[in-house]
Design a protein around this ligand. Structure first.
Ligand SMILES: [Zn+2]
Length: 502
């Protein structure tokens, strides 16, 4: 099984596949399709809002992280050097509350769920494509520096131990969400006496007695003051990205419900602190995963964990299910979708197994097959270049495999060179999506089993269907599937359930 181990390896692999066609993507900021032109040649800095680690990750989270993982895979495939950062929020009210319930410290709880999250992200092929997972805990000093800049610029003010951002000071506050100020007023954000505007948000919150806290010193009006507390939610992202990328970067992703207030506040913080516009060139927002009409969420307790789904259906089925819908659209989850994805994978692997196990030799038809597969690969690329249209891209993989299967059913041999090239293409497109990476179908078949397959074919010729079926059942138990076409018998290694194949 080939797993891509590090960002560096990715870069090496993809470095020489130079960027060909133009990639267009939908930018939430302009509400339009735009051509991707990175700030710095072929380097792309990309940030996606990560998890608050206080509970198990569910398949709603899987949708977000798989959606952005495919985007990163495609950008790297096209030859871009992508630095992909995803934060881990380990300072948060929900963590404090849950830790208290469990009788452990917030940091212990956060580490426990961070470890579990890493296992989950690894199991669905996401973790190794993320370059850095910074934790909010490690960025307190950078958060302090940014708050200080905002105070100096007149954007931030203190009310008994808290620091707030004065939204009315920042002209373009609603440019990302497109909301009116009246709509903003309907969101009662962090009510507190003495705030200048109702929608001003906290940059720093004072801590109650038994809550985790840091002492930061801020200079307000020429006087140093110590603020005992913890950061507000929005500031950790901009403190991290300013440190890792600088004041401006290429792509910011996240689920669409983060557009307001979270991403809106990130823009207000960064553009006010560093006076560089735009803070982020392309804003990408993914749809959510709903279950029975409601968003899957920890607070609604209607969630299914990534762990359970991977155990039952396998990671590739989960990825295939997620990518069968365009990343900007919502998924109305039903367990049937996972079953369909598992079936579709099985069809794909059956074709791949039939083709892989074909005998090599001279066959002029092979060239024609290779041409068609190359054509499908081109269409796959066009779909991905059009705002990462994975459902269309997947349909091109399916078409590729249908073609391969047809060929395997009609031919006894395939040209060696063409066979290798075709298998490489299938491997390449599969890796972008994160499927077809299992190697069970490459197992060598024993002479004994080959003999059995032949014996069964002979029984059929003699009309001894009872005997033939008995052999078929036996082969089935050994994970070998059989197809009879035009007097020919084709065998393949079966793609079996998650637990056996993964
Ligand atoms: Zn965030």
């Amino acid at each position: 099984m080939s797993v891509i181990n590090s960002n560096n390896i990715n870069i090496i692999i993809y470095k020489y596949k130079l960027i060909g066609e133009i990639l267009k993507l939908y930018n939430s900021l302009s509400r339009d399709m735009e051509e991707l032109i990175p700030l710095n040649d072929r380097k792309i800095n990309m940030f996606v809002c990560g998890q608050t680690v206080y509970d198990d990750a569910h398949i709603g989270h899987a949708k977000t992280y798989i959606n952005f993982d495919v985007i990163v895979r495609w950008l790297r495939f096209k030859g871009y050097e992508v630095k992909y950062v995803q934060n881990i929020t380990d300072v948060d009210d929900k963590i404090i509350k849950r830790a208290r319930e469990n009788g452990i410290s917030p940091i212990e709880l956060a580490r426990e769920y961070e470890n579990k999250l890493m296992e989950d992200m690894d199991s669905i092929g996401v973790k190794n494509n993320v370059s850095v997972y910074p934790r909010s805990h490690d960025y307190i000093e950078q958060i302090r520096e940014q708050i200080q800049l905002l105070i100096e610029g007149g954007y931030a003010y203190a009310i008994d131990g808290d620091i707030y951002y004065n939204v009315s000071k920042f002209g373009d506050y609603t440019k990302l969400s497109g909301m009116s100020l009246n709509e903003l007023k309907e969101h009662r954000i962090e009510p507190k006496e003495g705030k200048i505007n109702v929608y001003d948000f906290a940059l720093w919150k004072s801590s109650k007695l038994d809550e985790p806290s840091w002492d930061i010193t801020l200079n307000i009006g020429g006087k140093n003051e110590v603020f005992k507390g913890r950061p507000g939610w929005h500031i950790e992202d901009t403190a991290m990205t300013a440190t890792v990328f600088g004041p401006q970067y290429d792509i910011h992703g996240g689920a669409k419900e983060l557009m307001f207030p979270h991403h809106t506040n990130e823009i207000a913080q960064a553009e006010a602190a560093f006076n560089k516009k735009p803070f982020v060139k392309y804003w990408l927002h993914s749809g959510v995963l709903n279950i029975k009409g409601e968003k899957m969420s920890k607070s609604l307790k209607n969630f299914i964990t990534i762990r359970d789904v991977v155990k039952k259906y396998g990671a590739e089925a989960l990825r295939l299910m997620v990518e069968s819908t365009h990343y900007r659209k919502d998924i109305d989850f039903d367990v049937k979708l996972l079953e369909e994805a598992a079936n579709r994978l099985s069809v794909m692997y059956t074709a791949l197994s039939m083709f892989y196990n074909m005998e090599s030799g001279t066959n002029n038809e092979s060239k024609l097959l290779l041409q068609r597969i190359e054509e499908y690969k081109k269409e796959f690329g066009e779909a991905m270049d059009n705002d990462f249209n994975t459902p269309l891209a997947l349909s091109r993989i399916s078409a590729m495999l249908d073609e391969i299967r047809n060929f395997s059913e009609k031919n006894n041999k395939v040209g060696t060179d063409e066979k290798n090239k075709i298998l490489n293409i299938v491997g390449e497109v599969g890796r972008v999506i994160g499927i077809l990476d299992k190697d069970f179908y490459k197992k060598t078949i024993t002479e004994e089993l080959k003999g059995l397959i032949e014996k069964r074919a002979n029984f059929r010729k003699e009309g001894k269907f009872g005997e033939a079926d008995a052999i078929r059942d036996k082969l089935n138990e050994l994970d070998i599937g059989i197809e009879d076409r035009d007097g020919q018998t084709i065998w393949y290694w079966k793609y079996v359930s998650a637990s056996a194949a993964f």
